[in-house]
Design a protein around this ligand. Structure first.
Ligand code: HEC
Length: 169
């Protein structure tokens, strides 16, 4: 009797509706945007801090300092890796508004990131591509040209997608 009235199709529909109405998805592990938004924001900020560690040395070389080419190339390669991962750390639960609402985190990313996410994603990919080219520079002269492009890439992305942060005077 039950079997005939509530067959598989009916049950499948109930499950589908439950998932559409935002029923708790505690069983679905790995959706870290849902329950670890503050950690994701921290992860992307730490990732940027790591990028800063590398560009400091690259800037010094661009300014004429004589540092080992092999070290510069490996720093550029690290920048390639970091910027390929970076845009994956922007789930919709990590907007500035979400941080303000929950009081759980503070982000300096602006709404522009989510307004046209493909453009933001592309900016990160473009940067990563230059970093990859830099990691294969033939000599220090060629590396310096890439170094300037990398610095410009950091700055232009921040201009487009980041709230200006007051520099300590
Ligand atoms: C694709 C765009 C993009 C590129 C390229 C980029 N950044 Fe960022 N950066 C951001 C955004 C967005 C934030 C704000 C992150 C947040 O607060 O959630 C940020 C934040 C930062 C911060 C502050 C981190 C903190 O602790 O709050 C530093 C430092 C930084 N970036 C350095 C760099 C350096 C150095 C480069 C180049 C090697 C670079 N970024 C390239 C978008 C970018």
């Amino acid at each position: 009797m039950f079997k005939r009235r509530f067959g598989h199709a009916f049950l499948a529909t109930v499950v589908a509706i439950a998932s559409l109405t935002g029923a708790p998805r505690a069983q679905e592990t790995g959706l870290t945007g849902a329950d670890k938004a503050a950690d994701i924001v921290q992860a992307r900020q730490l990732l940027m801090d790591a990028a800063e560690e590398h560009i400091m040395f690259i800037d010094a070389v661009s300014a004429g300092k004589d540092l080992a080419l092999s070290d510069m190339k490996s720093r550029a390669y690290q920048l390639n890796i970091l910027l390929l991962a970076f845009p994956h750390l922007f789930p919709p639960q990590t907007t500035p508004a979400a941080g303000d609402r929950d009081g759980a985190f503070q982000t300096n990313a602006t709404d522009a990131v989510w307004k046209d996410f493909p453009a933001f994603y592309q900016a990160a990919q473009d940067f990563a591509a230059v970093a990859l080219d830099a990691s294969q520079a033939k000599d220090i002269g060629a590396f310096r040209v890439y170094g300037a492009q990398l610095r410009a890439g950091c700055d232009s992305c921040h201009q487009a997608y980041m709230t200006p942060v007051e520099q300590p005077k």
